[in-house]
Each structure stands twice: as C-alpha cells, then as structure tokens.
Design a protein around this ligand. Structure first.
Ligand SMILES: [Zn+2]
Length: 338
C-alpha cells in the first residue's frame, strides 16, 4: 500500500504490517501496553525506513535509481532498478543502511545517557540490532553484498556472487543448526529465509550480469521463417534439422502470426501430421528489433506471459528469443566455473 514519497522515492507498506498493528490493537491487554506497543512499532518502522533511505540515497549518488521502498513486518527493502555495476558502488550502497542504523543507535545511546528515557534506550537497542543483523555476511543481507563487493575486487563479479552466496548459505545452515539445538523458532525462520533468499539473490545477480548490457541480438537464435500453410510434418522436419531450436516463427507475408513450439509437437520422431502449423501456432508472442535492450524484451515477455519473441528487422523475420533458451543460458552461467 503506497503511503507517500520521500526524496521522490515511493514508500509502500506491506498489508501484513497493517494486519500486525491491527492484531496488536485487538490483543493489547492494557492501555499503557498498547501505547508502548504502537510506539515500538512506529520506532521500528521509522528506523527501518531511515536504514532503507540510506541505501537509496547512496545508490542515487552512483546513478542507480530506487524503484520503491517497501516496509514489511520483518524489515524493509529498497528495490533498486538495477544492480550497481561497480563493486565499490555496491559496497557503499550496502554499507549505507547499516551505517545509518549504527549512527541512530549511537544517538539513542548518548541521548539515554543525557536523559534516561525508555524511548531513547529503545531507539539505541532497535538500531543496534538492525545494524548488526544486516551486517551478517549472508545474502541477501547487506553484509552479504558487502562481502560480494569485496570478493569481486579480486575474483571478478560472477565468481564473487557464487562464493558469497555459498558463504551465505553456510551461515544460514549454521543458524538453523543453532535454532534446532536451542529450539529457537524465530532464529529458525530467519535462517530458512536467508537460505532461500540467498539463492534468489544469486539468480538475480547472474541474470543481471548475463542480460544487463545485452541487446536482443545477443540472445537471438537465427531461424528460418515458415508460413501459415507449412504443415506440422514439415515443421517437425525443420526442428530435427536444427535441434538447438525451441521455436519457429510463423509469418504471413510481413505479418508475424506467432511461433510453433517444439514442445507442442508430438514426439521427436517424424510426424505424419498434415495440418497447417496455424492449427498449433502460439499467437501470444512479442515482436522486437535486434537492437532493443534484452532486459526490456524479457520484461515485456514476462508481462505478456509469452514464451517466445520474434525478432524482425526491416520486415524480415530474423530469429526468436525463447524463454527456454534464456533459462538454459542462465543455468549454464550459474554452473560454469568462471
Ligand atoms: Zn539494508
């Protein structure tokens, strides 16, 4: 739920957070506790918001925009439009959040020494916890990004991503073991979350590295074009001759009609199906030129839920970009030893 903008960045609250506050209002046993509870929630989310703004504003300094800041019951996230390309930029963007938290903790601590108010102690405690927890070197926590940026300086980004993700998973497993031994449910949840999120973060960095600066032409597979009257049997024959292809574009004159997916043909053997390909063509395709940014194409394909894009240059079909091929490339990039 959007609640406003700060420094031009949309700030959103996740509905579960509102549910949490409502829950507290209903369950609060006494008025004093209720006030204290609401104050604590406000303090936590104010602290998280400032932490995330730390990330967002340093990112902006390096020319990386923040799409939005989302506040969740378990913390927050500043969603950057792209991963910073320079390791040193990533390092400072990642450090900015915990630094804001530690400074706020210091302010709370010094304030408490001057005027011993419970609120100031809470401010110090919450921000110290927020700053230190986020510095744990496990993806997707800030510490994991710091570790990745440091590793990237001497082993290159792809290897650093894998190494940092591995270290993050090991730390998550260690936490999980501790949580099981001591029966600590919350720690167990956090460990499981870090373990799962580490893989997602790794994937997203690999995709960014693989796709980020590329054009459609870099992921395109050149294909012959087939017309509406081509039979399914002939299409199956073409797939046998070009085994790496997952889809063939179908065009009618200059108009792209759709694609025939290899998966939609029955079996790998010779086909006796004399129906025209138009009978089995998938018409939900995106068309694009060769020079378009690859990221944009993949985004549009995702939005349209289409499995293939047909690449057209000067009215001529040049090839296809299929989801299967992109996933294969991502898998290969993840498993390759850089
Ligand atoms: Zn952070």
């Amino acid at each position: 739920m959007p609640i406003g903008r700060l420094f031009g960045i949309p700030i959103k609250i996740h509905v579960t957070l509102i549910a949490l506050v409502a829950f507290m209002l209903i369950l609060a046993p006494a008025e004093a506790n209720l006030l204290r509870g609401v104050f604590a929630v406000g303090l936590i989310f104010g602290s998280v918001l400032l932490h995330e703004l730390g990330h967002a504003l340093v990112a902006r300094r390096y020319g990386v925009r923040t799409r939005e800041i989302v506040l969740l019951p378990i913390g927050g996230a500043a969603l950057l439009v792209e991963h910073p390309r320079e390791p040193m930029h990533e390092l400072w963007i990642a450090l900015a959040g915990p630094l804001v938290s530690l400074v706020l903790a210091g302010v709370g601590f010094i304030g408490f020494l001057v005027a011993p108010l419970v609120g100031l102690a809470d401010l110090a405690y919450i921000n110290l916890a927020l700053g230190l927890f986020n510095l744990i070197p496990a993806f997707p926590l800030d510490g994991g990004r710091v570790l990745r940026a440091l590793l990237a300086r001497w082993m290159g980004s792809p290897r650093a991503t894998r190494a940092a993700a591995r270290i993050g998973r090991l730390i998550a497993l260690a936490f999980l073991a501790v949580a099981l031994v001591y029966g600590h449910l919350v720690l167990g949840f956090i460990a499981a979350f870090v373990f799962v999120a580490a893989a997602a973060e790794e994937r997203s960095v690999v995709i960014q590295q693989l796709v980020g600066q590329k054009r459609v032409a870099d992921m395109m597979q050149a294909t012959p074009e087939i017309d509406l009257a081509t039979s399914v049997r002939e299409a199956a024959h073409m797939f046998r001759d070009l085994p790496y292809l997952k889809a063939l574009p179908v065009a009618y004159g200059e108009r792209v009609v759709g694609v025939v997916h290899k998966d939609d043909l029955e079996g790998d053997g010779p086909s006796a199906d004399e129906r025209p390909v138009s009978a089995i063509a998938d018409r939900n395709v995106v068309t694009r030129g060769e020079e378009a940014p690859l990221m944009e194409l993949l985004h549009d394909m995702g939005a349209a839920r289409s499995r293939a894009a047909v690449i057209v240059v000067d009215g001529q079909v040049r090839g296809v970009v299929t989801v299967e091929h992109v996933l294969e490339e991502i898998r290969a990039a993840r498993h390759a030893e850089f």
